[in-house]
Design a protein around this ligand. Structure first.
Ligand code: NAD
Length: 272
């Protein structure tokens, strides 16, 4: 198999470290660490990415220089911040690199910047890289259609670590979108984010509730609840380690480098 060089973008972060660890221990044949990019304010610039991730020196220092970090790479894997991903889009397209994006929380303009890049290079973008969650996207569509107009309320609960920046999680929104699309609802119109206060009205039937817990070190728990009088059906997924997302992102990297320009999802990668 030919060897694909991977640059980890956000190499100093939690997901960055998980990716460097997986690449440094050769968990995905055919992929190797080629560069480690982080922001100008990263305290670890100049430190070896492997040493930083706890797998020993890999001879690749963390740098804030885009050209230096990405020059030898075929694929970039990006787990950073929404505004960073959007700002990178024209650079990635110009450099002609395949791109895997795990960053969440992008707004419409930021997503448009990624879409513009995807007209020129192959891009996989997914709010959750795990097989289990992507299978859940598929299963939920069936469940939502089967329970439609039968009096079931739909609520989505998620739990993440205390340092997570965006809420609700991109995965929770993705789960909500899977349900809304199946029911031909517009998610923006039916989403209800948290509840407080007093109402005299019953809960609307055409609503998807979102509840975000931030505490401790949860890697990511999601539950989609379909509930009616007399019974509830719950779909739950629990990520116990970030390695799950890292392995999914590496699978996406191995796949996307052989694709034509375009915007792909993990469902495309996994063939679901
Ligand atoms: P983190 O804060 O630990 O890491 C973010 C890294 O980005 C930091 O090292 C930061 O210094 C770096 N960064 C900042 N500015 C930069 C720049 N200009 N260029 C390059 N790097 C820069 O966050 P995390 O927990 O690793 O999560 C990162 C993102 O990934 C979040 O949006 C999170 O929601 C998402 N995420 C997605 C999945 C998935 O499966 N898709 C899984 C986990 C996390």
């Amino acid at each position: 198999m030919d060897s694909g060089g991977v640059t980890v973008v956000g190499a100093g972060g939690r997901m960055g470290a998980a990716l460097v660890r997986a690449l440094g221990t050769e968990r995905v044949p055919g992929l190797a660490l080629a560069g480690a990019l982080d922001g100008p304010n990263c305290p670890d610039l100049g430190t070896d990415a492997g040493a930083l991730a706890g797998v020993g020196s890999l001879g690749i220092p963390v740098t804030a220089d885009f050209a230096e970090a990405t020059g030898p790479a075929e694929v970039l894997i990006d787990f950073t911040l929404h505004q960073v991903t959007a700002a990178l889009a024209p650079k990635v397209a110009e450099a002609g690199k395949a791109w895997v994006i795990g960053t969440t929380g992008l707004d419409a303009d930021e997503t448009a910047a990624v879409e513009a890049a995807a007209a020129r290079v192959p891009v996989v973008m997914a709010p959750n890289m795990s097989l289990g969650i992507n299978l859940l996207f598929v299963l939920l569509a069936d469940a939502a259609r089967a329970l439609q107009d039968r009096g079931y309320d739909i609520e989505i609960l998620e739990r993440h670590h205390r340092k997570k920046k965006d809420a609700p999680s991109g995965t929770a929104l993705g789960l909500g979108k899977a349900v809304a699309d199946a029911l031909e609802w517009n998610l923006d119109e039916v989403a209800c984010h948290g509840r407080s206060g007093y109402t005299t009205e019953d809960r609307p039937t055409r609503e998807i509730g979102f509840h975000a817990i931030r505490a401790g070190d949860f890697a990511g728990d999601h539950t989609v609840l379909f509930s009616t009088e007399g019974e509830s059906l719950e779909f739950s997924h629990r990520a116990t380690t970030r390695d799950t997302f890292a392995m999914g992102a590496l699978q996406a990297a191995a796949w996307v480098r052989h694709q034509a320009p375009g915007l792909y999802s993990m469902r495309d990668v996994l063939g679901l």
